[in-house]
Design a protein around this ligand. Sequence first.
Ligand code: ATP
Ligand code: SKM
Ligand code: MG
Length: 184
Amino acid sequence: MVEELPSVFLVGPMGAGKTTIGKLLAKQLGRTFVDSDWYIESQTGADIAWIFAKEGEAGFRERETRAIDELTQKPHIVLATGGGAVMSAENRAFLNQRGIVVYLNAPVDVQMARTAKDKSRPLLQQPNPRQILQDLYSTRDPLYRQVAHIIMPTGHTYPRHMVNQLLQQLASFNISSAVGSKKE
Ligand SMILES: Nc1ncnc2c1ncn2[C@@H]1O[C@H](COP(=O)(O)OP(=O)(O)OP(=O)(O)O)[C@@H](O)[C@H]1O
Ligand SMILES: O=C(O)C1=C[C@@H](O)[C@@H](O)[C@H](O)C1
Ligand SMILES: [Mg+2]
């Protein structure tokens, strides 16, 4: 972990709000926001659906580990990770040891509602996405918890309110807002 300016890494399932919250949090902290899914797409020159179709999930995971290794070495950023990033022990060590990890935790019903219309997540393009989200949650929830320094439920809270709550928790890790947290 970089002592002076630790980065904040957001983990959690698809639809938990990592990208949404991450962007707002970075703005409040005056930091650069990076999304590992977007970074992988920009490095590859192709979207995630294309990578899964051409290289399989295994190919995507190799790219993801390279991206997580690289991005977790950057100080002073807010990083939103892909929903499956915690599946690799190597990624978990990079995340847990190099910054403050926040687990954004949303119930499966909420994940379902938030991801239903978006076709960009290849793992959910199946006849029963709810079951897939449920199965992924069962496998991954213990791993998100294992790697996290802070756990925040996101299911029923507006993004701006979530960010204010998160800023309060991050203060105890010496991470503070550059522009001050706004009241709802
Ligand atoms: N706290 C919230 N309240 C209401 N809607 C939200 C909240 N957080 C996110 N959303 C909405 O849910 C959808 C999914 O959010 P987002 O893309 O941020 O999830 P994610 O965790 O980054 O997912 P993925 O792992 O697939 O990248 C978006 O349409 C976003 O606007
Ligand atoms: O939960 C997952 O395994 C994934 C989540 C997304 O963020 C992307 O990283 C990709 O669609 C895989
Ligand atoms: Mg995202």
